[in-house]
Design a protein around this ligand. Structure first.
Ligand code: FAD
Length: 405
């Protein structure tokens, strides 16, 4: 049974949409099309940290080799903390789960996710404007005037989702109080000792601000760079762009960290060397309240958003492929019941994670700062095995006979 032959439309080809189409292909859904508004696939921003809970799933798809070719080599620890003002080492979290975290450029992760997908399933320059019901099908209307039909529509179209709006959800994203400055520094543009330090994942933990460095890529493919993510508190009134994503003078990040340690000043100098116009990416951080209903039958600072989308993708694709009856609503209800407690918890604890990554009183933290407690706080996220959860809770509902899980 299942919905193997139903026409499934995925709206949005970011890391979430591309993860879902991989999941669909992997479980054997036969009729899937993805629609992306941009003329090309691309990811803006810096690096991304893909942790064990998602790597387990991506490895099952056969993407391990492709990802490890593009990702950082095995790192000495999961995260190392330094005082923002003195640069002093404060402690670290050992890598505590398997497979270990992989750090890579967002565009390189997208390349891996694209590898196995037939071109014929990927539709570019198709911006969804509305969804109509026609008989038992949905009619998707795109801004270029074209239309397409589908039996199931999956919204992966980001924080300002048109699909979400079409479901009647009109709540606005909530500003977190923080912006992020994002850019890259080449190791050759840093003094030797700072470059060596930033080959680890490092957090300079400051007062309601922190600078996170992800060492992405590897020397073999000459993709190794330090991805810089500066989380800074700024009032929304200071936001002078129409979009939540813009380019900003590096001077603005420098103003936040002008009295920080020499290593952070090296980062600012490195950013300038790598930027021809003296600018870097700036993004306002928004979140959304959890919602009660994830599906409609009319038809995240934990920095886990991509990983959670990868988990949700394999869960939904497996349910659609192996559901024992032809009751689509029951299948979606089970999906929501399976995933919502976890995603709500990730959402709820994300603010706290953001606060812990910085500190209200960073100068006094050397005495009470405890990386082991931070590690324990994250353990439930990374040790979770979505495939095992599906097997357990889906027993009786899913037909696992031909299941590859
Ligand atoms: C600073 C920062 C660091 C992060 N680091 C990590 C990390 O290390 N690890 C991690 O797991 N997560 C991380 N995240 C979270 C992660 O980046 C996001 O959760 C993830 O990128 C969201 O992917 P998405 O595909 O759902 O949405 P998006 O990336 O927003 O993609 C949506 C796609 O839909 C398209 N689209 C939009 N509207 C339409 C339309 N109407 N029609 C057709 N197409 C449309 C867009 O063009 C876009 O391609 C981080 C987030 C931030 C802000």
């Amino acid at each position: 049974m299942g919905f193997e032959h139903q026409r499934i439309a995925i709206i949005g080809g970011g890391l979430g949409g591309m993860s879902f189409i991989n999941a669909a292909l992997y479980v054997g859904l036969k009729n899937v099309q993805l629609y992306e508004q941009a003329p090309q696939f691309g990811e803006v921003g810096a690096g991304v940290n893909i942790t064990a809970n998602a790597n387990r799933v991506l490895d099952a798809y056969g993407l391990k080799e492709s990802m490890t070719r593009r990702a950082s080599p095995k790192l000495p620890c999961y995260m190392e903390y330094h005082n923002y003002r003195t640069g002093e080492y404060l402690g670290h979290i050992d890598e505590f789960s398997h497979p270990p975290a992989r750090l890579l450029h967002r565009a390189h992760l997208l390349d891996s996710l694209k590898e196995r997908i037939p071109e014929s399933a990927l539709n570019l320059s198709r911006r969804l404007s509305r969804v109509d019901r026609s008989g038992s099908a949905y009619v998707l209307h795109f801004e270029d005037g074209s239309t397409a039909e589908a039996d199931i529509v999956i919204g992966c179209d980001g924080i300002k989702s048109a699909v979400r709006q079409d479901m009647g959800l009109t709540d606005s994203p909530i500003y977190s109080g923080q912006v992020v400055y994002r850019g890259f520094v080449e190791y050759k543009d840093l003094p030797f000792e700072t470059a060596e330090l930033l080959r680890k994942t490092v957090n300079f933990r400051g007062p309601k601000k922190h600078v996170l460095i992800l060492p992405i890529g590897n020397k073999e493919t000459q993709t190794d760079r330090a991805a810089i993510i500066g989380f800074m508190s700024e009032p929304l009134e200071a936001w002078d762009s129409e979009s939540w994503l813009s380019r900003s003078d590096i001077d603005n990040l420098e103003a936040h960290v002008k009295d920080w340690c020499p290593q952070v000043q090296h980062i600012i100098a490195g950013l300038r060397k790598g930027s021809s116009d003296g600018k870097m990416l700036k993004q306002a951080l928004y979140s959304r309240e959890p919602i009660d209903k994830w599906y409609e039958m009319k038809a995240d600072r934990q920095i886990q958003g991509t990983c959670i989308a990868i988990e949700s993708g394999i869960a939904l694709a497996t349910i659609l492929r192996h559901w024992k009856s032809n009751d689509l609503e029951a299948a979606f209800r089970f999906y929501q019941d399976l995933r919502k407690p976890r995603t709500d918890r990730v959402n709820r604890t994300s603010d706290e994670a953001g606060k812990l990554a910085s500190s209200d009183v960073p100068d006094s933290m050397t005495s009470n700062f405890n990386p082991t407690a931070l590690m324990e706080r994250m353990r439930w996220i990374m040790e979770y095995d979505v495939l095992a959860d599906l097997r357990e809770k889906g027993a009786g509902l899913l037909d696992f006979r031909q299941e590859k899980l």
